[in-house]
Write a protein that binds this ligand. Structure first.
Ligand code: NAD
Ligand code: GLY
Length: 371
């Protein structure tokens, strides 16, 4: 058998008492059976992937898992945000039931955030909960969605509206898989990396500004550092507030505007990271209008988002009342309370807060920021 050469660049622990787990970042991890040694063995493992990722990476993962599981099944879902729905979720349950999978069966999510969120939700619900492992293959999934246990599917009326908090046993971030990621998806992942600067660590924001060319060139050392620091910040936040009763909401900086763009245009038209990038610019303008940051801060963030290759102007969602349509969409948000929209704003560089704002102020931001 061919020897797999793997190297672990970093290991971060997410501290959640009996639900604690490691996030491993490195090269050559996917096909290294040693990486899976600490995951409980069982009769069956089910790899959940999609039509794009499975042909690229499912064989490597399956071969490594065959050394620990009697039977390794694969279910290949249709690709795309538009398929993050009930019928696609059902395909996972079909395979589990058709193969008589018991409650020790381990699910492996091999893909981006869509596969990860759906596999996690399937794991949370099948027989009221089976173990699962995240093997994220997009930059966005490695720095954000695979960590922290938020699982969900979309509803036509709102994004990620149906789901559960359910933690994986382990997160395995193999840097090598990023080589095949389309540039547009790389930029989408950079949006979530940039997010961690203004909400928690301005030194990291400066580091991103200085190293952006290396990140865009997928230079492994720069990538490893960006993923490590992002996961450290996310682990720090989630460890304090697993179920988003307060602090965790700061991870949604840019998401209120971004989700409105995603659902308003129809899922899949703009990438999630594109919505977040543009949404951060809009949220920075709102923070400025609330008197929390100065114009220079908004300009700095806008420039960086643009350099990442992300849109900084929002789309027009309605030709009759564009701002009204954004407001209508933003009210369907998990942070809303009694119909009042709550935004993550920057309350001074490196610090985020959740605030409401007068509709007139939000309208003026939308009018300013939309093409
Ligand atoms: P995605 O899962 O749709 O993946 C993007 C595209 O890249 C897809 O076409 C996918 O097939 C392809 N792909 C994946 N890995 C590849 C690789 N290595 N090489 C080539 N192609 C590859 O999108 P995403 O940006 O990874 O995730 C977005 C989703 O994550 C959204 O649904 C969002 O709501 C969710 N999300 C969840 C959380 C959370 O905390 N659970 C956080 C952020 C985002
Ligand atoms: N991506 C936001 C969160 O995990 O809370």
């Amino acid at each position: 058998m061919q020897e797999i050469l793997s190297s672990v660049a970093a290991e971060i622990r997410i501290d959640l008492a009996e639900r604690s787990y490691p996030i491993v970042i490195g090269s050559g991890l996917l096909g290294d059976s040693g990486i899976y040694q600490d995951i409980p063995t069982a009769a069956t493992a089910l790899v959940v992937s999609n039509t794009t990722v499975a042909p690229l990476y499912a064989a490597q993962l399956t071969q490594a898992l065959q050394q620990r599981y009697d039977k390794v099944l694969l279910v290949t879902l249709p690709d795309g945000e538009a398929h993050k729905d009930w019928p696609t979720l059902q395909l996972i349950f079909d395979v589990l039931l058709e193969n008589g999978c018991d409650r020790k069966t381990v699910l492996f999510a091999l893909g981006g955030g869509v596969v990860g969120d759906m596999t996690g939700f399937a794991a949370a619900s099948y027989m009221r909960g089976v173990p699962f492992v995240q093997v994220p293959t997009t930059l966005l999934a490695q720095v954000d969605s695979s960590v922290g246990g938020k699982t969900a599917i979309n509803h036509p009326l709102g994004k990620n509206m149906i789901g559960a908090f359910y933690q994986p046993l382990k997160v395995i971030c193999d840097l090598d898989v990023l080589a095949t990621l389309p540039s547009r998806e790389l930029s989408a992942g950079l949006a979530e990396i940039v997010k961690y600067g203004p909400i928690a660590d301005m030194e990291f924001l400066s580091w991103i500004e200085s190293n952006l060319e290396s990140l865009l060139a997928r230079e492994p050392r720069a990538m490893a550092h960006a993923i490590q620091r992002s996961c450290e910040i996310k682990a720090w936040v989630v460890s304090q507030d697993e179920r988003e009763s307060g602090l965790r909401a700061i991870l949604n900086f840019g998401h209120t505007f971004g989700h409105a763009i995603e659902s308003g245009l129809g899922y899949g038209e703009w990438l999630h990271g594109e919505g977040v990038g543009c949404g951060m610019v809009m949220a920075a303008h709102l923070s400025e209008r609330l008197g929390l940051v100065d114009k220079l801060f908004t300009e700095r963030l806008t420039h960086l988002v643009q350099r990442c290759g992300l849109p900084v102007r929002g789309p027009v969602l309605s030709s009759s009342d564009n701002a009204g349509r954004y407001l209508e969409l933003m009210r369907v948000d998990k942070k809303s309370e009694a119909g009042e929209i709550r935004f993550v704003v920057i309350d001074g560089p490196g610090k985020a807060a959740v605030r409401s704002a007068p509709d007139a102020m939000v309208r003026s931001v939308i009018d300013l920021c939309c093409a």
